[in-house]
Design a protein around this ligand. Structure first.
Ligand code: GLN
Length: 487
């Protein structure tokens, strides 16, 4: 039998059904790996009693002949999803030890599918960041080179999967936080169309952009999990789409003969590092061998996605984070003079620098006199960016390009320069602003032997097409199966 931590989700489900291992033994195996590699900083919370109780329930269901696809298979959640049984911190001191009275919809759905929760994964504070260095607790280290960042904000999720501490994880993507860490850590991740997955119980950053998705080793595994995660949630998230969940596994294995892959010329400019470019070019050649056709397309407002996103996301964040006032939940300053002083001290103590920076920018761009000049202009360009994609999709079925301009950088390399992080988001932000589904799949290695991800973007609701295109690539390549040395 293949080592348990080397098995795919589907393989694990079979191993459990065939009684080669129990869900409790399987959970113990992964908890032990998590503990052995604690130094990576991937987990913020574990609770063995809770995990093993869930696993025992799964064993009981298995014994009764329940054949739910993911029954007994472990998963770990980004600490942006609220959970009853584990603390939910969003990577912030503001929510240290915070216990939610309910589980996020995505957590409820995966639990109903039988998945067993291993714990909560580290992330940038309130999902703001590209390197996971904005976590208030600890940085996360990239298992391919522990002197490098794993990407962010779902850095803990990417590392848990890459280092085989969990077979799969949840992530969230507001401007690239599933795709970019997946790319930097050599795992597969998909952000679905905005509205596919319920945002209920996802601690809000920028509500018009936030979207949950799976991070796993392969497109096949992501398809299984995405199916379980998605679906309408009309009573709890008014932006959730009225679309039944699809069994994305069924769409895998279709031929991609004649698939038109659009390559946006703006994604291949001077800013793209040559090592990343080489890996992307090689991947595109592989697609041609599989029968796809490459067509050049244009996304002329790609560069504008950075200022547009860094106006809209902070604007929404400044509003969403106003709830952390020391009254309802989370941290409250110990000493203060009056109510206003309590608010000020609570927020000064509870939030980290990047969060404060965004609250200030967001408040500024929404304020009287600046709203028209910044926020409104940004909204107009956001619409144009979405329209540019519709023009491109007249000529192609999916869009392909790099996820990020470089491989993962060194911890501390961007120092106190937040702009360096923002600029590195250039290729993920356009798809986010348009609300489109996007993936990252491992497609090679670049400088320092670090993984490179290929980004695939689809039109609205085209997750099945994306997963199929990714799966076809993974059937003829093995980048997604490589394991960092020592794991
Ligand atoms: N890096 C981007 C930011 O800091 C995206 C984060 C995300 O997708 N959550 O806002």
């Amino acid at each position: 039998m293949k080592a348990l931590h080397e098995q795919s989700l589907a393989e694990l489900a079979l191993t459990l059904r065939d009684k080669e291992v129990s869900a409790v033994e399987l959970a113990k195996h992964f908890l032990a790996r998590g503990a052995a590699h604690e130094g990576l900083g991937a987990y913020l919370a574990v609770n063995e009693d809770v995990t093993l109780a869930q696993a025992a329930d799964a064993d009981a269901r298995l014994a009764k002949g329940d054949r739910a696809t993911l029954l007994g298979v472990p998963v770990a959640h980004k600490d942006i999803f609220v959970t009853k049984d584990f603390a939910s911190t969003a990577g912030s001191k503001m929510l240290e030890n915070y216990r939610s009275p309910f589980d996020a919809t995505v957590v409820v759905r995966l639990a109903a599918a039988g998945m067993v929760t291993l714990g909560k994964l580290n992330c940038d504070e309130f999902a703001m960041g590209s390197s996971n260095e904005n976590s208030a607790y600890k940085p996360v280290k990239n298992p391919w080179d522990v002197s490098r960042i794993p990407g962010g904000s779902s850095g803990g999720s990417a590392v848990a999967v890459a280092a085989r501490l969990a077979p799969a994880a949840t992530g969230t993507d507001t401007g690239g936080s599933i795709r970019q860490p997946a790319s930097f850590c050599g795992v597969t991740g998909i952000k679905p169309t905005y509205g596919r997955a319920s945002r209920y119980g996802m601690i809000a950053f920028a509500s018009s952009l936030d979207q949950a998705g799976p991070m796993a080793r392969s497109a096949e595994d992501c398809a299984l999990m995405l199916w379980a995660m998605c679906g309408p949630d009309p009573d709890r998230d008014s932006t959730s789409l009225d679309l039944p969940a699809e069994d994305f596994s069924k769409t895998l294995n279709a031929s991609i003969e004649g698939l038109r892959i659009g390559v946006p010329k703006e994604f291949f400019g001077a800013g793209l590092a040559p090592d990343v470019r080489a890996a992307i070019d090689a991947a595109l050649k592989e697609y041609v061998k599989l029968g796809a056709k490459i067509v050049e397309v244009s996304l002329p407002r790609t560069e504008l996605a950075i200022p547009v996103y860094y106006i809209i996301a902070p604007a929404e964040a400044s509003s969403n984070l106003s709830r952390f006032d020391g009254v309802k939940f989370g941290h409250r300053a110990k000493q203060y003079d009056d109510l206003l002083d309590m608010y000020k001290k609570t927020r000064a103590e509870g939030f980290g620098d990047e969060v404060k920076r965004r609250i200030m920018i967001g408040t500024y761009v929404l304020s009287h006199g600046y709203y028209d000049a910044y926020y409104l202009q940004a909204q107009k360009i956001r619409r144009m960016i979405a329209d540019d994609f519709q023009d491109a999709f007249k000529q192609c079925d999916v869009i392909a390009g790099p996820v990020a301009p470089t491989v993962a950088w060194k911890l501390g390399e961007h120092g106190n320069d937040p702009l360096a992080d923002y600029l590195a988001d250039i290729f993920t932000l356009p798809g986010s602003l348009a609300g489109l589904p996007g993936m990252s799949i491992p497609c090679g290695f670049g400088a320092g032997g670090m993984p490179v991800g290929l980004q695939l973007l689809g039109n609205y609701f085209a997750e099945g097409k994306l997963l199929n295109a990714a799966h076809r690539f993974q059937q003829v390549t093995d980048f997604h199966l490589r394991v960092p040395e020592g794991f």
